[in-house]
Design a protein around this ligand. Structure first.
Ligand SMILES: [Zn+2]
Length: 320
């Protein structure tokens, strides 16, 4: 390689906004969720599985385009105490904390409720494009809800000198191990009786797990030979610095299946939210809907979003 063109890209996530499960993980969650649906829903979702997979990452693309998008992906649980007093509804949370605080520390649990109501309405209206769009978006936010570092203000280890850990846990580990060793089949979609309570339970689990995510990496870092912690890969003239396979394998073993478990739970909960929205809409017949075309407005909206995302410059340095 010519010296002049050597560009070092720092662990992907050192220099960019944090992106939930990474593009790979989010797409996998949406795709797998389709297989947990009952036949009456599968008849609709299966033919559009590639669209639901592809659009699993739209909410992360929107983060580069609109500033309101950011807080919908996380919740700094260390700012919300005591946990038992966190309001179930967004309106009550605004009253208690004020909207500025909420937008600063994240709203994922309330945003999922809002999106689920919209999905229920889309089912009631038999609106094919909106059902697909909202299902894909929901899978994304539910995936984020399950990521421990989306529930901590130390979301990239920046407070403990562990910068890069966010992408390490949610992108590097799944990319290395999901296809070869994760078992993602996890029963069937369940009806969720009390969504707000379930969402708070999950974010609390994520927050508790974030302590181990950080602590175990620090322990490993202290034990591991520094010169083999990272590896360098040449991708199209860019030298990509990343956690080495050896370091990643050790961390994955220390986590004892946590990444796989959180991914399985994301998949199950995504399918369950789609299923519950459909039940709450009165179980409309989706068979008739599956023959319809997706509206041209929606196709245009997707194209426009991708155009804006490309123009934002983030598409070229994304770690997907
Ligand atoms: Zn996200």
């Amino acid at each position: 390689m010519k010296r002049g063109v050597l560009v070092l890209v720092g662990l992907g996530l050192f220099v960019q906004p944090l992106l939930g499960w990474g593009f790979y993980g989010h797409k996998l969650i949406n795709r797998q969720a389709v297989f947990l649906l009952p036949p009456e829903m599968m008849i609709f979702y299966k033919p559009v599985i590639d669209i639901i997979t592809e659009h699993a990452v739209d909410p992360d693309k929107r983060r580069y385009i609109m500033k309101e998008e950011g807080p919908r992906h996380y919740m700094d649980m260390d700012h919300y105490h005591p946990w038992d007093s966190i309001p179930l509804s967004y309106a009550a949370a605004v009253k208690k904390y004020g909207e500025d605080t909420l937008l600063q520390h994240g709203i994922v649990v309330w945003w999922i409720q809002i999106m689920t109501s919209r999905l229920t309405k889309a089912f009631e209206k038999r609106d094919k494009a909106q059902i697909i769009k909202l299902s894909a978006d929901l899978g994304h936010y539910i995936g984020d809800l399950h990521v421990p570092l989306h529930a901590s203000s130390n979301h990239n280890g920046q407070l403990t000198n562990q910068q890069g850990i966010h992408g390490f846990w949610e992108s590097r580990i799944p990319e290395l191990f999901a296809s070869s060793s994760f078992d993602l089949i996890n029963g069937k979609a369940n009806y969720i009786k009390n969504l707000p309570v379930e969402l708070l339970t999950i974010i609390k689990q994520s927050a508790i797990a974030s302590d181990s995510v950080l602590l175990l990496e620090r322990t490993l870092n202290d034990q591991f030979r520094a010169d083999i912690k990272y590896s360098y890969e040449n991708r199209n003239g860019l030298v990509l610095k990343q956690y080495s396979t050896a370091y990643s394998t050790s961390y994955h073993n220390m986590l004892n299946g946590m990444v796989e478990r959180r991914m399985r739970e994301s998949i199950k909960f995504t399918a369950s939210v789609w299923y519950s929205a459909w039940i709450n809409a009165g179980m409309p017949d989706l068979k008739a809907l599956s023959d319809k075309d997706i509206s041209t407005e929606m196709i245009e909206e997707w194209k426009e979003m991708n155009r804006s995302w490309s123009l934002s410059g983030s598409s070229t340095n994304c770690h997907n």
